[in-house]
Design a protein around this ligand. Sequence first.
Ligand code: PLP
Length: 427
Amino acid sequence: MTDLYDRHKAVLPDWLALYYRRPIEITHGEGRHVWDAEGRKYLDFFGGILTTMTAHALPEVTKAVAEQAGRIIHSSTLYLNRPMVDLAERVAALSGIPDARVFFTTSGTEANDAALLLATAHRRSNQILAMRNSYHGRSFTAVGITGNASWSPTSLSPLQTLYVHGGVRSRGPYAALSDAEFTAACVADLRDMLGQGRGGVAALIAEPIQGVGGFTSPPDGLYAAFKEVLDEHGILWISDEVQTGWGRTGEHFWGWQAHAASGPPDILTFAKGIGNGMSIGGVVARAEVMNGLDANSISTFGGSPVTMAAGLANLTYLLEHDLQGNARRVGGLLIERLRAVCAQAPAVREVRGRGLMIGVELVDPGTGGPDPRAAAAVLEAARERGLLLGKGGGHDTSVLRVAPPLSLTVAEAEEGASILEEALRSA
Ligand code: PLP
C-alpha cells in the first residue's frame, strides 16, 4: 500500500492540482500504459500531461538519455554542446519562421516569459493582448497574462494585459454566431480595443487551441484575421504551442497552421511533448526579434545535453514514424467513436477536437450548465476501470481532456472509448 498519500499533505502545497480523491503514485510506464505503486495498470489517455508525446519508456529516448548521461550530464550554459545545436537546427527548420533563432528553457512557463521579454523589448512597451480563458504558465509574469482566473492566483502583474475575445466559442455574447460572424465579431473587438488610444501594444499571445481552457478551437483563420490588424499596428504575434505543437492536432504540425494565411507567428513557444517528459521548453523568433536584448541572458539548465539528447531522439522517432499522421488517423477514429458513445449520454454536451487533442464537455442535463462534479466522478470511474483522463480548468473543469501519446493504436483507442462509455454510465 502506498504511504505517499498520507505524507504528501505535510510537505507539498495545498494548491497543487492533483487528480483523484487519493492521488495515484505512478511508478513506471511502457508504450501508452503506466502502472501505479499497487501494481495497477492504466491506459494513459492524457499522455502524462501531453508530455509523453511518443510513448512511455520509448527505448530510443531512454538509450539517448543513458548514453548522454554516461558522457556528461551538464557542461554549463557557457559552453556549446552538440545536441543543443542539433536540436536548435531541427526546431528552427520546422518552425516555419524565417531566419529563426531558438532559445531553450526548461518549461513552457519560462518559454512564454522569454517570449514576453523579447516582445516587450522589441516594441518598448509592456502592454500585452491575451485571450480570455487562456493559460500560459505559473510564473508571476505568466499568471499575469493568463485569462483563466482559476489558474491565475494573482491580479497583480508586471505587464498591462488586455483580454481579447476569440478563444472560447461555447459561451459569452458570441456563442450563437457562425464561424464567419464569430471571426468578424472578434476582429471588431480587437480593433475596438486597439482604437482606445492606449499607446503601443507589444504582442498578442494566444494558444491556437486552448488547453486548460477545455480544448476549444476558434474558427480556422481567426488568427490570420487578427494578424492583419496586428500588422497595421506593428504588434507581434506569439503562438503558444506548448500543447498544440509537434503534430498533436493531426492536420498540422503547429496549431498556427490552421491560420496559415497569416504566415508564421513572429514568436513561437514550445515545451511539453518535445522532451517526452524531459524538461525542455523553448522560444523561436526571427533573428531581429531574438537578438534584440541588450544584456546577457542564460538559462542555467535550458539546452542541457541530456534533455537535448532526449528531444533529438524523440523528434527523430516522431518524424520517422509519422506520428502526426497517426494522430490524424487514430484521432479521427477516436473522435467518431467518442461521438457515438456520447450520443447516448445525456450529460455530454459536445465532443470536439483535432487529432489526439479531444475534449468531451459534460453538462448538468437538468440545467444545461457546466457540471464539474460529474467530470470528477467520471475521472474516478474511469480510473477504477484502468483509464487515465485529463480535465480542464475554471469554467472548463467539466471538460474531460483526451490527449494520449501520438503512437496510440486503433485497439487502444477502442479500449479507451469503451472504458469511457462505462465510466459515463456508472458515474
Ligand atoms: N502554455 C500552455 C498552453 C500550457 O498548457 C502550459 C502548461 O500546461 C504552459 C504554457 C506552462 O508550461 P509549464 O507547465 O511547462 O511551465
